[in-house]
Design a binder for this molecule. Structure first.
Ligand SMILES: [Zn+2]
Length: 276
């Protein structure tokens, strides 16, 4: 599944490849998928997108907003799989969940793996969508300062007991992060996934905050994770430190064998010596 860095990469590449193009035909796909969310019928989508011009995209958290001018915004939400650009004359995939062809013969397709939203809104109304409306600051927003982060932790400590992994991956507390990026953040911060956030001291909070910003920035700079694809079908350049390939191998810092742990709806990979 795409996380914040992959959405930043897709957005930047859409602005290189798609901005200014006029839509010849939009289609909501040719294969049914239970967990793809649409908010338009096929006919509506085709009619409303025809002749629209692609504006300047932007992403926030795990959401990507593509203006279709005049008057509409195409939204990609919490999706994974492949979102691909096809230059004129190249072969588009046979199966897809969204396709937009342009007057110059090029095309955009999206094929999701697990789930995802492909929705079309009248401009402005996309901001009222559930999960977009009221989204907390994300690690790439200027408001995501250490003071904000520390206050967020304080506000959560008062409620139910939460762990570091819960803070990083649940309820969009820090929008844009997911299970993949969280593994490397916890490793860099030397924190165990089960470490209660109520017990984080000032230095640990600073280490965790720094690891969030540093990891997200590095994955963005390298064009996403190596096991995800960009708009041109190329894998990202960021090789994860703590993933399934690391399990059973020596920790890159201390040489201790990396362990796998099932915790909070997904596998964790961690160094039992470095992370406490
Ligand atoms: Zn270690």
């Amino acid at each position: 599944m795409f996380e914040l860095p992959e959405f930043v990469t897709l957005s930047r590449q859409m602005n290189e490849a798609l901005t200014g193009k006029t839509i010849a035909q939009g289609s909501l796909g040719n294969v049914p998928h239970k967990f793809v969310w649409y908010n338009r019928t096929h006919d509506e989508f085709e009619r409303l997108t025809r002749g629209k011009v692609v504006g300047f995209s932007r992403s926030r958290g795990r959401w990507l907003f593509v203006p279709l001018d005049p008057g509409y915004v195409l939204l990609f939400g919490e999706c994974g799989g492949k979102v691909l650009y096809h230059p004129a004359g190249s072969q588009a995939p046979a199966r897809y969940h969204l396709s937009v062809t342009f007057e110059d013969g090029s095309a955009l397709t999206a094929t999701t793996q697990m789930w995802g939203a492909y929705e079309l809104y009248e401009a402005g109304q996309e901001q009222d969508r559930q999960y977009v409306k009221g989204m907390r600051p994300t690690p790439t927003d200027p408001e995501f300062t250490f003071d904000y982060f520390s206050a967020l932790v304080d506000s959560l400590v008062a409620g139910q007991k939460r762990s570091v992994k819960a803070l990083l991956t649940q309820e969009q507390l820090i929008p844009g992060l997911g299970n993949a990026t969280a593994q490397d953040i916890m490793f860099r911060a030397c924190l165990h996934p089960r470490h209660p956030i109520a017990e984080l001291d000032h230095n640990q909070r600073q280490a965790l905050y720094g690891a969030i910003l540093g990891t997200v920035r590095q994955v963005i700079d390298l064009g996403g994770r190596y096991d995800e694809f960009d708009l041109y079908g190329r894998p990202g350049g960021y090789v994860r430190l703590m993933d399934s390939k690391a399990a059973g191998q020596p920790c890159p810092e201390c040489g201790t064998t990396v362990e796998k742990l099932q915790y909070l709806g997904g596998a964790c990979y961690l160094c039992p010596r470095c992370q406490a």
